[in-house]
Write a protein that binds this ligand. Structure first.
Ligand code: SF4
Ligand code: SF4
Length: 343
């Protein structure tokens, strides 16, 4: 592990040096939205006053719509599926928030098990170097510290950057992180004052995250007790089942696979889907195990706070980014639901 200083005035030189062979991604404006996307000019990156992106950056590895394979209906090669998995250029992703990086490590566990590896996810993950940016100014809706995350968390990152006003402290966390910074001429070794400033910023950020959520009782309660609890009637009442909470969430990963056929050729595409949708769970028989709003709303919270922890050794399917709280059109607040589940 190394701790280096990058002066902000050297940002262009820094990115030019690490850019060799890599595509640079960072927080940029797309209309009114802030998103992590390809950066053409370093000056396009919005790093001052930046809190977090509106959408989660999961689309970097799990695009909203992705071609999986192509096929033909007729001819000698009819019905032979050709993998559409594309090689991407190596990427440096600068400025990702620790909660979102943590979410990627949660999804790594979901897109891989003993029998199966999702190459569409991992081919992009493996080509990416993640330089995270600690949160000096958490939002009022952030609650990462309640769900095994932290405003300066390191999980899922290769380098953690701390904004020290006119300079960044860069801490390498993995071999990938060391490799990307090695030989960059504009970096210098951090001194004790830099390290102590970073520590103070981290402590200040933690103190600004309001309200600690308790989850211990969720762990103790049985699935059936939680599943059959009376409060779901109240929780589901205002929900519109619009799906916004699931689309903006960095850990939501439901998808649907469709064949799109044009004359005698076609492609197989996977698209984001949502447990909030009635169509998502309907069976070919016409039976739908989640026929009503209550079942669908309950599924979203049970999945994140009960089913994932059971299957993944206590890992929580929420990283406390607060996007669903900010974006829900009827102000359903995941923190309030967790309090009910834990009560
Ligand atoms: S964003 Fe709000 S209204 Fe829309 S599905 Fe989610 S909880 Fe329901
Ligand atoms: S459930 Fe809400 S707060 Fe938790 S990770 Fe998803 S969007 Fe963020």
């Amino acid at each position: 592990m190394a701790e280096m200083i990058l002066e902000k005035q050297d940002m262009a030189a820094f990115t030019a040096e690490i850019n060799k062979g890599y595509e640079l991604f960072g927080p940029v404006k797309n209309g009114k939205q802030l998103e992590i996307a390809r950066v053409n000019e370093v000056s396009d990156m919005v790093l001052e006053g930046y809190r977090n992106t509106d959408m989660s950056p999961k689309n970097l590895f799990f695009p909203q719509s992705e071609e999986m394979m192509a096929f033909k209906k007729y001819g000698d090669d009819a019905n032979i599926y050709k993998d559409s998995l594309k090689e991407i250029a190596p990427r440096v992703i600068f400025g990702i928030r620790p909660c979102d990086a943590k979410a990627f490590s949660v999804l790594d566990q979901i897109f891989k098990n003993d029998q199966f590896i999702d190459n569409y996810w991992f081919s992009k993950r493996e080509k990416s170097v993640m330089i995270g940016l600690g949160c000096n100014m958490p939002c009022s809706t952030c609650f990462c510290t309640s769900v095994n995350s932290h405003p300066f968390g390191e999980t899922g990152l290769d380098v953690l950057a701390t904004d020290l006003d006119n300079r960044y402290l860069l801490k390498t966390l993995t071999k990938k992180g060391e490799d990307i910074l090695s030989g960059v001429s504009c970096l210098k070794v951090a001194n004790d004052d830099d390290l102590s400033s970073a520590k103070s910023l981290s402590e200040k950020a933690v103190s600004e995250i309001s309200g600690n959520l308790e989850l211990k009782n969720i762990d103790k309660k049985s699935v059936l007790d939680l599943f059959n609890a009376d409060f779901w009637e109240r929780v589901q009442e205002p929900c519109l089942n619009c799906g916004t909470c699931t689309y903006v969430c960095p850990t939501c990963h439901c998808f649907d696979i469709q064949d799109e056929v044009f004359k005698d050729e076609g492609i197989r595409v996977r698209n984001w889907d949502s447990c909030m949708s009635w169509l998502f769970t309907i069976h070919g028989s016409g039976h739908n195990p989640r026929p009503g709003k209550k079942e669908r709303v309950r599924q979203r919270f049970m999945h994140k706070f009960k089913y994932i922890p059971i299957k993944r050794d206590g890992e929580i399917g929420c990283v406390g980014c607060g996007r669903c709280i900010r974006m829900c059109p009827v102000n359903i607040d995941v923190r309030e639901v967790v309090k009910l589940m834990n009560s």
